[in-house]
Design a protein around this ligand. Structure first.
Ligand code: KE4
Length: 457
């Protein structure tokens, strides 16, 4: 499933070291400097912590001035200084059809004309739930929420309520949103209590979370040997993509499925990133593993605040108002978001995934060739079209490997590409998101830009 390509070592430039030869005519047009972005960023920092509404947007991992966006259109982002970028962030995954897709926006406009929110059931919510149930392995029933954080937080409470057990197992380097029980670092030893991974998370909130290394069968088996009948749920990103992209090793997911089944624990796939992106049925379909619970987000909301969690009917029946596990939300299943999500899902049939994979091949094979030709150590790791780039000499198998990769070189590469009109994720711990709006010219221009940047590495 995952592929990684190792190429030779090269020198590491610093940000801004990337030389531009005298004659730029044959090179990608350089961007005009981000003056208006810098002005807005200074203004923003006075009234918003870090000037952003989500930390990764502040460019702290790569340095420099975050680009304030004026608009998105198809494959492109336009910043407030008039620069155009080929976008490989796509709002961190939701915009699989590209920005401002006509049919998605039309559906949202149509819904909006009838009102923005009712706090009462609507037919469209039923249609969206039916669409999700039809696509995602293991989902008999589904409930909509407003963010991926809410989806995983609710699914974990449901798993604990349904099993009557306290322990939650997660993997180091996996990100499932910012609810307290999930902002936990690995404690020392195998099955000791988790440790808060952020101020404000109390020892009590972290106490029932156990963190183990990804792709480490012995570690997860040891936790089950020690805590087996206390484990409510194992949560994972079936393809880790928040430490860069680190696919599961062969049969690791099957081992999780077998261990959770043997010990009466639930398996929760966090498919907020992978759902409706890897394939029609997400990672569950790709790996042929059916979890007990699934968290979904991003693509399913069509670019609006909508996420969901679902699973086996017996488990979902434990949720209020049917069962005793409480979960609720004022804007859950918001009609405008539902309309956009439904419109987007209905445009995603199996053919689009082959097309998305082809686009990924065109860029990633090109990048691998560029790095090899320029003697740069790089690992391009992917599952279908979800891909990440590590500047490392060997494949990245877990969070320790990911941290050991050369993030300074990633920052230099990021800025070299940004200067040439390609907007990659502003962190080496993220993933590239392809969209169906990207043309072959866009993909080839991406590789051409990488060639210019790699020449400086
Ligand atoms: P949100 O609460 O941000 O909607 O979803 C949380 C979440 C849950 N699960 C997975 C697998 C996720 O990737 C995410 C959020 N992803 C990040 C990008 N790595 C969102 C970007 C951000 O935090 O601004």
């Amino acid at each position: 499933m995952g592929t990684s390509l190792t190429v030779e070592r090269g020198l590491v430039p610093q940000i801004g070291d990337l030389p531009m030869s005298g004659d730029e005519s044959h090179r990608m047009r350089r961007r005009s400097s981000p003056d208006r972005s810098a002005e807005l960023f200074a203004r923003a920092e006075r009234v918003i912590p870090g000037g952003v509404n989500s930390p990764v947007r502040a460019f702290r991992s790569v340095g420099g001035t975050p680009r304030f966006v004026a608009r998105g259109d198809g494959a492109y982002l336009y910043d407030v200084d008039g620069n155009r970028y080929i976008d490989y962030v796509n709002s961190w995954g939701p915009l699989i059809l590209g920005h401002a897709h006509a049919e998605v926006l039309a559906a949202a406009h149509e819904a909006l004309a009838h009102g923005s929110s009712f706090g009462a059931p609507t037919e469209a919510e039923v249609a969206l739930a039916e669409e999700i149930v039809a696509r995602v392995p293991g989902v008999d029933q589904v409930r909509c929420v407003s963010s991926g954080t809410e989806a995983t937080m609710s699914a974990i409470r449901l798993a604990r309520g349904a099993t009557g057990r306290p322990k939650l197992i997660k993997f180091a380097g996996h990100y499932h949103g910012h609810s307290d029980a999930l902002l936990v670092a690995a404690g020392s030893g195998v099955a000791t209590f988790g440790l808060p991974d952020s101020p404000g998370v109390t020892a009590g909130a972290a106490a029932d979370t156990v963190v183990v290394p990804w792709n480490d069968v012995a570690a997860i088996e040891a936790v089950f040997a020690e805590l087996g009948d206390q484990v409510a749920v194992v949560i994972c990103e079936p393809v880790a993509a928040n430490m860069g992209v680190v696919p599961p090793t062969a049969r690791f997911l099957q081992r999780l499925r077998d261990l959770t089944t043997a010990h009466g624990a639930l398996l929760l796939f966090d498919e907020v990133m992978t759902g409706f992106r890897l394939a029609r049925g997400g990672a569950g379909e790709v790996y042929g593993i059916t979890p007990d619970l699934v968290a979904l987000g991003k693509v399913v909301g069509g670019g609006f605040p909508l996420a969901a969690f679902g699973g086996h009917a017996d488990v979902m029946a434990q949720l209020a108002p049917v069962g005793p596990v409480y979960q609720a939300g004022t804007l859950s299943g918001n009609p405008v978001a539902v309309a956009a999500g439904l419109a987007q899902l209905r445009l995603l049939d199996d053919d689009v995934y082959a097309d998305l994979d082809r686009r990924a091949d065109r860029v990633l094979d090109g990048l691998a060739k560029v790095f090899a030709e320029h003697g740069v150590d790089a690992q391009i790791q992917r599952v279908r079209s979800l891909a990440g780039l590590f500047f490392a000499a060997a494949p990245v198998r877990d969070f320790d490997d990911a941290k050991a990769a050369d993030h300074q070189r990633y920052a230099a590469f990021f800025h070299g590409m940004l200067d040439r009109g390609v907007y990659l994720p502003p962190s080496g711990y993220e993933a590239f998101f392809f969209s169906l709006a990207q043309s072959d010219d866009d993909l080839d221009a991406t590789v051409a830009a990488a060639t210019e940047v790699a020449e400086a590495l």
